[in-house]
Design a protein around this ligand. Structure first.
Ligand code: HEC
Length: 225
């Protein structure tokens, strides 16, 4: 066997070994992570439409959902800083400091349950909480519906988003629209493409780094939730 041929075969074998290692890492990672999808997932009891997403987006950014007219969902879930407020605990109504840290809303649609203690089943149940919480937006459902009904654009948007509903402007529908918008807050990354089988999505170093998954797993398992 010529030296060149020998070299060639050695490098082919090395490449094959490398890709086998990458494959093992992927299989290992898939035991613990599911790839984030790049399309909006379906949610229970709330078919997602463009109209609902647009309405939910307007609501998410609107401080008029709070009693003071100062706080919106975005105040504590800033989408340009990772979907939270980067503070130890959040500041809400009357500049009160709340008891808890605000988690990110990014990819929250995939949470098994919402809030640190999982007390809301899904995002539509969750959205009603902060609006009524004394330290957050301190409002009442009646007042929210009265405020939204007083604005012609909102009445049109609610009617477009809930065309079958005799009373489209309601607290329930507000929560459903916010859930629809939040379901669009997804951040699929190269790691997800790699999990999906795209070898070119990550560099060799990054793939090797995915071995760090083992470390993350060890930490997550050791930390009670
Ligand atoms: C004053 C700050 C503040 C405002 C305003 C606020 N939130 Fe939150 N949010 C928090 C805090 C703090 C938590 C965690 C509370 C807990 O677990 O008890 C939270 C939890 C959440 C969660 C759960 C995420 C998870 O991983 O469990 C979602 C989703 C969410 N908020 C969405 C919203 C929406 C939608 C609005 C507007 C209707 C809103 N928030 C308004 C501070 C705020």
């Amino acid at each position: 066997m010529s030296v060149l041929r020998g070299l060639f075969l050695t490098s082919v074998a090395a490449l094959a070994a490398q890709s086998a290692v990458a494959q093992d890492l992927r299989t290992d990672a898939l035991d613990y992570f599911k790839p984030l999808p790049s399309t909006v997932p379906a949610v229970a009891d709330n078919p997602i439409t463009e109209e609902k997403i647009d309405l939910g987006k307007a609501l998410f950014f609107d401080p008029r959902l709070s009693a003071s007219g100062v706080f919106s969902c975005y105040s504590c879930h800033n989408l340009t800083t990772g979907g939270d407020d980067n503070m130890e605990t959040s500041v809400g109504h009357g500049w009160q400091k709340g008891p808890r840290n605000s988690p990110t809303v990014l990819n929250a649609v995939f949470n098994e349950a919402q809030f640190w203690d999982g007390r809301a089943d899904d995002l539509k149940a969750q959205a009603k909480g902060p609006i009524q919480a004394g330290v957050e937006m301190a409002n009442t459902p009646e007042n929210v519906v009265a405020t939204l009904s007083s604005m012609g654009d909102y009445v049109t948007w609610f009617t477009d988003a809930f065309p079958e509903d005799g009373e489209p402007v309601s607290f329930d529908n507000m929560a459903k629209a916010i859930e629809a918008f939040e379901a669009t807050l997804l951040t699929p990354a190269p790691f997800d493409a790699w999990l999906n089988g795209d070898d070119a999505a990550m560099t060799e170093d990054q793939v090797a780094g995915s071995g760090a998954c083992s470390w993350i797993r060890a930490v997550c398992r050791a930390t009670p939730v």
